[in-house]
Design a protein around this ligand. Structure first.
Ligand code: TYD
Length: 136
């Protein structure tokens, strides 16, 4: 499974904590794009796709949510509930995000500019791609 939790650098201070990370140093890619998901209803479920090349790091900077990752062979569920921790997700990994707490904000730091070409949005196609199907 090409996914792993990452803890960031933390500067604790009575006046408030500060977390930081640097592309290429703390993540295995250069950060080219950021996006964030918020105002997700309690029963909202997002994602339902994999990427061919894109790598990303998901950080729940407020509240909590769960991330299901699936490499076509194995599934795992991670809970993100700490702004000093993220989940790295490598290429060719199906992901679904769910169980967002009220007010949760999920930040994604991403290795590529947006292009729909990199998405695999159909689970059957994802399985074919993993198994070296015609889309590869
Ligand atoms: P999508 O990646 O499907 O969201 P999620 O995986 O969270 O359900 O993106 C939703 C829509 O936003 C889709 O029409 C593509 C568009 N979009 C952009 O235009 N740029 C971006 O950087 C992202 C992440 C999405």
């Amino acid at each position: 499974m090409n996914c792993k939790p990452i803890s960031f650098h933390l500067r604790e201070n009575p006046a408030g904590n500060l977390s930081f990370l640097e592309g290429e140093h703390d993540l295995p890619f250069e950060i080219k794009r950021a996006y964030y998901i918020y105002d997700v209803p309690a029963d909202g479920r997002r994602g339902f796709h994999a990427h061919k090349e894109l790598q990303q790091c998901l950080i729940c900077i407020h509240g909590s949510c769960k991330i299901l990752v699936d490499d076509g062979k194995e599934q795992r569920v991670y809970e993100l509930n700490n702004p000093n921790e993220g989940l790295y997700i490598g290429p060719v990994t199906w992901r679904e995000m769910f169980d967002f707490s009220d007010g949760a904000v999920l930040l994604a730091l991403v290795s590529q500019y947006y292009t729909e070409e990199d998405y695999i949005r159909d689970y059957a196609q994802f399985k074919e791609y993993v198994n070296g199907g015609s889309d590869k």
